[in-house]
Design a protein around this ligand. Structure first.
Ligand SMILES: Cc1cc2nc3c(=O)[nH]c(=O)nc-3n(C[C@H](O)[C@H](O)[C@H](O)COP(=O)(O)O)c2cc1C
Length: 258
């Protein structure tokens, strides 16, 4: 059986031919590449460094990342070090830690997955985000990290409100709809399935819970590529008693490992 990988989102498909439509990001079979046997055999941990292509999940063994990814053709800057197999933690391994190693550690931080929405006059938009977390309880303050290039960023910055839909455990479809294209290119709410909340932002009907919040402008932090929005929760509620989607689970569902 052959394995195919989506060049856009890294989804892995097993079969004689690539799928007609990628179930994660929706692109066609022309965006799939055959994952070589070499790569699929590299599931066992081996001594040395391992590098993962962040575009197609190809694994490369060696001291340095490859010049060109043999699967999707990107350069070494798209590779992250995923394994420090120096063995047990020692002062020597700590002293030798390089950027690749701390990047591998960063990949181990746990997150949930959310749809962050906002509005601008009579327009609405939303995006997928993992960087949403509560900071304090009284008052209820949350932080949301949004890339400045995103349309959602523009709306939140201008209008100072947002809503967060907390996704159901199996809601890959929402990630696909909100996480891979911009509201500048398409209306992500075309299919419906939302209501407008008290702050005027859309909330997905199919969510485990939702929050509405107002940005505290003087506390929002400019972090270069992103803004870290600090917001006070003004409303919210539980919609159903169900498990929520996490970033780790999404990665597994995406690669067909769950
Ligand atoms: C799993 C996943 C997690 C994401 N997390 C974030 C995030 O925390 N912050 C962010 O700015 N973008 C994140 N994104 C990317 C945005 O969802 C994406 O760039 C989106 O197309 C922006 O849409 P917009 O331009 O309509 O706002 C994530 C995407 C995915 C698939």
């Amino acid at each position: 059986m052959k394995k195919w990988v989506c060049k856009i989102c890294g989804y892995e498909h097993t079969g004689d031919t690539p799928p007609d439509v990628c179930p994660i990001c929706g692109v066609g079979p022309e965006n799939f590449m055959l994952l070589t046997e070499v790569n699929t055999l590299k599931t066992d941990v081996v001594p040395g460094k391992q590098w993962k292509c962040t575009v197609c999940d190809y694994i490369h063994d060696g001291d340095d990342p490859p010049e060109v990814c043999p699967i999707c053709g990107v350069g070494p800057d798209k590779f992250v070090l995923i394994t420090n197999l120096a063995g047990a933690l020692t002062e020597k391994t700590v002293a030798a830690a390089d950027e690749g190693m701390y990047r591998a550690a960063l990949e181990k931080i746990s997150y949930g997955l959310y749809i962050v929405t906002s509005k601008d006059e009579n327009k609405i938009n939303g995006q997928c985000a993992n960087t949403v977390f509560q900071i304090s309880n009284q008052p209820s303050i949350i932080a949301v990290g949004i890339n400045k290039r995103n349309l959602t960023h523009e709306y939140v910055m201008k209008n100072g409100v947002l809503a967060i839909s907390i996704l159901r455990e199996n809601d890959i479809a929402a990630v696909r709809n909100f996480g891979f294209s911009s509201g500048r290119e398409r209306n992500k709410f075309e299919a419906g399935g939302f209501i407008i909340g008290r702050e005027g932002c859309p909330i997905l009907k199919e969510c485990v819970a939702y929050l509405e919040a107002r940005i505290i402008p003087e506390k929002t932090v400019d972090v270069g590529t992103h803004s870290l929005f600090i917001a006070e929760v003004t409303s919210g509620g539980l919609v159903e008693d169900a498990e929520c989607l996490t970033y780790a689970l999404y990665q597994k569902l995406k690669s067909g490992k769950k």
